[in-house]
Each structure stands twice: as C-alpha cells, then as structure tokens.
Design a protein around this ligand. Structure first.
Ligand SMILES: [Zn+2]
Length: 192
C-alpha cells in the first residue's frame, strides 16, 4: 500500500517529532540533575588547590568540598587535602548546599551519550538519611582511592562513576546530582 503524505503533513510530523525529542531531552536532564536543594558554589582559584584541580582534570579522582568555620576544605580520594579561608576569597559567592558540601570529579567511564568522560558533582549528603529521617550525614570516601562514598549512618554505598546510584540497601536511590562548569584553568561553578 502506498501512502501519500502532503508536505504540510510531513512538516507537522517532523515538528512533532522534534518537539518530542526536545521534551524527552528536557525530562532526561530534569531526571539527571535531581538536587532538591538550591545548590550553588563558585570558586575561582582552582589552579592553586591540588586536590580540587586533579579531581576536575583527572579521571577517577574525586574531591569533597565542604566548609567548617569559614574555611573551605578540599579532600581528594587520592589523599590530598587543601584549605582556603572563605572570607578572603576574591570573587567568592555564597555557598549553598544540603549542608554537607559537594563531591566533584571526573568519571573514568565514558558517558554513553557523548562518548566522553564526564565531570560530575553531587551533594555530599546521603539522600536516604536526608529524606527519610531529616538527618543530614556527610558522605565519606569508602577508602583511599575509592570512587565510591559511604554513609556511616545507614551504611549505604554510592558509586560516583554511575550517576551516584546506591549499590546496596533497599530502595532505588541515588545521590543528588548537580551541574558543574569548569573553564580548565581557575573557575569552577557547581549549580542546580
Ligand atoms: Zn545514609
């Protein structure tokens, strides 16, 4: 059976298909970046912080970013630690997170969609303990060199390489994920 479609009909079908594609991409991004908090972290001196810089540039290295008494801490999974005084940071902006800071890094695994290794950022809070009990507990690296983090309270382990999914425990949960922008030299931004 031959089907004849007018140009107008074809245009309508193509437009609908394009809109569906855009919508699907939006829904996918919405699902991927699932942080319920108004995350914001801006830092403009990456080059001076070994732990942070290597996490942004070396696949498999991840760095915890958190603040204690106006001091930023940068602790990487390969054992480097740096600090910076929040109050003396040039261009520093208010820092906001779920309360425990962020985890940032670059995956060893390549992204299925882009074929590239992906810079990722997550809230450093256990999403299970956060939503279930309203108790925030900071995540820690499972051990030195690990690309997994653990919650000492519920003992869940999350895999930073695979979108932060929990690899144990009940429920299908994963870390709160944020967007990350890095210009390759000094400027980092983590945002919702
Ligand atoms: Zn937990």
């Amino acid at each position: 059976m031959k089907v004849h479609l007018s140009t107008a009909t074809l245009t309508r079908i193509l437009t609908a298909a394009t809109l569906c594609g855009i919508l699907a991409a939006c829904v996918e991004a919405e699902l991927e970046y699932n942080d319920p908090y108004p995350a914001n972290f801006v830092y403009q001196q990456v080059a001076t912080k070994h732990a942070l810089r290597s996490a942004l540039e070396s696949p498999g290295i991840y760095c915890m970013i958190y603040a204690v008494n106006n001091v930023y801490h940068f602790d990487s999974n390969d054992g480097h630690n740096d600090t910076d005084n929040m109050l003396s940071i040039t261009g520093g902006k208010p820092y906001s997170s779920a309360g425990c800071g962020f985890i940032v890094g670059m995956t060893v695994k390549t992204d299925m969609r882009t074929g590239n290794q992906q810079r990722v950022a997550y809230e450093r809070v256990c999403p299970y303990c956060d939503t279930y009990d309203k108790i925030t507990k900071p995540l820690e690296f499972k051990e030195k060199g690990s690309q997994q983090v653990v919650c000492r309270r519920c003992h869940r382990i999350y895999d930073l390489e695979t979108q932060g999914v929990a690899i144990n425990g009940e429920g299908n949960i994963r870390l709160y994920k944020d967007r990350v922008a890095y210009d390759g030299t000094n400027n980092l931004r983590i945002y919702k």
